[in-house]
Design a protein. Structure first.
Length: 261
């Protein structure tokens, strides 16, 4: 799979100001509304078997995308494609990281490894679930948005920490499993104040109150809205904290990291 919009391919030789300006262009090109070629309710991960259950005759191909760093100069990206509850393809790719970590510019550090992995993919995905933010981003162009727009692929961002924005309601120390709290744009985000840019979502929680699992921060990347994004993630967790596509991609990235060292 190759970029549909090569002008958005991450170029680490740009200045910080140029990268931020490009992110504004990407956000303008992004579609934060449902534009899907499949029924988003068609895929569910069964909590008991871990298998995908189809509720329609169409079987979307969902890919999980995750990254790991081999050292300060190289990143490895892993993609796992699932269809009908089966892993149908796994690919990895290594690329140089030419800029240091800068909050808000992660896609310029990791994006080329991800795009290199997509180039190796032989199946055509219907949806990407990316380990990273989508619209929950200062300029509404996190990693999932950058990759989704560049490939013109519906994409979802799943992050473990809140980068920016403000919860509509205070996030308690312990959210109940299945709870969701809207994350709204504030003065740190280029969207109008109050725009729902994603959700804090409690995908799993311990039964005992002595310990707690932190929520995920889920946001639309491209061609999907915030509500559908969290619905899909909720349907794909299969009893784990992480959605199954990115959980498997995380494992593959760790395996690739060991192989390339």
């Amino acid at each position: 799979m190759e970029p549909v919009y090569p002008e958005f391919v991450p170029d680490p030789s740009r200045s910080r100001e140029e990268m931020e300006a490009l992110q504004n262009d990407i956000a303008e090109a992004a579609v934060f509304a449902d534009d899907l070629d499949f029924d988003p309710s068609a895929v569910r991960i069964d909590r008991d078997t871990g298998q995908q259950t189809l509720t329609s005759r169409e079987s979307p191909v969902v890919v999980g995308v995750d990254q790991a760093f081999l050292d300060d100069d190289r990143a490895v990206s892993a993609i796992v494609a699932l269809q009908d509850g089966e892993v149908i393809e796994e690919v990895t790719a290594v690329a140089e990281t030419e800029i240091p970590y800068i909050p808000g510019l992660l896609s310029f550090r990791e994006g080329n490894a991800i795009l290199a992995a997509f180039e190796k993919l032989s199946v055509t995905p219907d949806l990407a679930v990316v380990d990273g933010s989508g619209r929950i981003h200062f300029r509404q162009a996190g990693l999932a948005t950058h990759i989704g727009v560049t490939l013109d692929l519906p994409a979802v961002g799943v992050a473990k920490n809140l980068l920016c924005g403000a919860p509509r309601d205070p996030i308690p120390d312990r959210m109940a499993e299945g709870d969701r709290i809207a994350i709204e744009a504030d003065s740190d985000v280029t969207a109008p104040d109050g725009t729902v840019i994603g959700y804090a979502f409690q995908s799993r929680q311990y039964e005992s109150g002595s310990t707690s699992i932190n929520p995920l921060y889920v946001s639309p990347g491209h061609r999907i809205n915030a509500e559908t994004t969290v619905d899909i993630v909720a349907n794909c967790c299969g009893g784990y904290k992480l959605p199954e596509p990115t959980r498997l991609a995380d494992r593959l990235a760790d395996e690739a990291k060991s192989e390339h060292r």
